[in-house]
Ligand binder design. Structure first.
Ligand code: PLP
Ligand code: ZN
Length: 427
């Protein structure tokens, strides 16, 4: 395409490739990534041009690998960046923001961004079937966007995913294949299927294009902060791609002179039950030791992260850090975010909020720095982890009589004053 200003390049040996569905270098077997002709781009992009367009991720289209003929119409992205003073007060930050992809269109997670870019490329490469291996959110997003764009979808998932994520894939008419095994088994199988069938696997043979969609989280954060970069970002890590792409987005904005240069610290968040990247960081190791995942944060349960090495590099070079929290802390953090900011996130968001709190307590993130927490998915998809917390109150029902309500209120009041008295005695 005449206007195409991007191509594939090997991250290690630098060999370049014309655009094609390929994710691994044939010379050195390292991952490929999309690169752009930044010199020619500089003349074509400006803050004003971006800001004048519709509020969705396509406003940054020059910075995405978008085939010349594609006209994406789905308004994906441009999710709210909201200040979070009440959460900030509770965890010790005076300039805290939430990037809220729990409300991303169309399927309520940041995966909608990567899928949108992958499917635009699947179309131009002539695929009729799109597919993925998924920890849940990618399944939802591929199924939904395939339906809208007229692709057939094959979705491969570990059999123990949350019911809402399975149903939220099937409803779009996708073929769902449940695999008895972990995500890492599912992903290996998908690599083999991709060699046999001419299918566009968004996170296998289309992976370089797919991954670029995550950059839009970074562009939006900068634009929503008034074309400024934050001091810190806290990002959940599964395969480790999102955190590296937010960094790429910030680096590009600096290179294109759309923001002033400024160091940003990258902080990675994982669940203790699947923490290959944070463990390597905490051990000052450059090797990522694969793990067998065991956590309720299923969307982050990748034991052998494809971009783990690059995530680790991005974090270390920035002067950031990574941490992980227990499943109990994940649930508490979901409640903390909901009760203080009115945002209901899935387990991955609990991981991020709880990890941010831990990093602040460790003085790795300071109270007066501008800190953005990336909330990447919606709580309605993982309600199973909360059911026990609210079982007793949801089982109580009263008759529609004022007297009954007054009695109920009195019993609540005596209960809470009893609690207060106990607490006072305890002190
Ligand atoms: C996939 C996913 C992530 C992490 O993405 P990677 O790019 O694989 O690190 C984070 N949050 C949610 C909700 C996800 O579904
Ligand atoms: Zn190479």
């Amino acid at each position: 395409m005449g206007t195409s200003t991007y191509q594939l390049r090997c991250r290690e040996c630098g060999k370049t490739y014309a655009n094609q569905p390929r994710s691994i270098c044939e010379s050195c077997f390292s991952p490929l990534e999309v690169t752009y002709d930044y010199d020619s781009l500089r003349a074509h992009v400006s803050r004003d041009a971006f800001a004048s367009r519709a509020p969705n991720m396509w406003r940054y289209r020059e910075l995405l690998p978008l085939p010349a003929e594609s006209q994406p119409s789905l308004p994906v992205g441009f999710t709210p960046l909201t200040s979070a003073p009440r959460l900030g007060e509770k965890i010790g930050s005076r300039r805290l923001f939430i990037k809220n992809d729990a409300v991303c269109l169309p399927t309520l997670s940041f995966k909608d961004r990567v899928v949108a870019v992958a499917l635009a490329n699947a179309r131009s490469f002539g695929f009729e079937v799109v597919a993925c291996s998924s920890t849940g959110n990618l399944a939802n997003s591929v199924a939904a966007q395939a339906a809208r764009e007229g692709f057939k979808a094959w979705i491969f998932i570990p059999s123990d995913l949350e019911p809402a994520k399975i149903l939220g894939t099937q409803v779009y008419g996708a073929e769902v294949v449940r695999i008895n095994g972990s995500y890492d088994h599912v992903n290996r199988l998908c690599s083999q299927i991709a060699d046999e069938h001419r299918w566009g696997f968004v996170n296998v043979n289309l992976r370089p294009y797919y991954a670029e969609g995550s950059k839009t989280v970074g562009y939006e954060i900068a634009e929503q902060l008034g074309w400024r970069l934050p001091d810190n970002v806290v990002v959940p890590m599964a395969g480790g791609s999102l955190i590296t792409k937010i960094k790429k987005a910030f680096d590009e904005l600096i290179l294109l002179k759309l923001v002033d240069p400024k160091p940003v610290k990258f902080f990675g968040a994982q669940a203790a039950g699947c923490s290959p990247i944070s463990t390597a960081i905490k051990q000052y190791s450059s090797e990522i030791e694969p793990q067998r995942p065991k956590t309720i944060a299923r969307s982050l349960a990748i034991g052998n992260p494809a971009d783990g090495h690059y995530a680790l590099q991005a974090i270390n070079k920035s002067g950031g850090w990574a941490e992980d929290i227990t499943d109990t802390e994940v649930v508490e953090s979901i409640q903390l975010l909901a009760e203080s900011e009115g945002v209901f996130t899935e387990t991955a968001g609990g991981v991020t909020v709880g990890t941010a709190r831990k990093l602040i307590h460790q003085d790795r993130i300071l109270p007066d720095e501008t800190t953005v927490i990336c909330v990447t998915g919606n709580g309605l998809k993982t309600t199973d982890v909360l059911v026990d917390k609210y079982r007793s109150s949801s089982e109580t029902a009263i008759a529609p009589k004022l007297a009954e309500f007054e009695a109920y209120l009195a019993s609540k009041a005596s209960l809470s004053s009893a609690v207060t008295e106990t607490a006072a005695v305890g002190r």
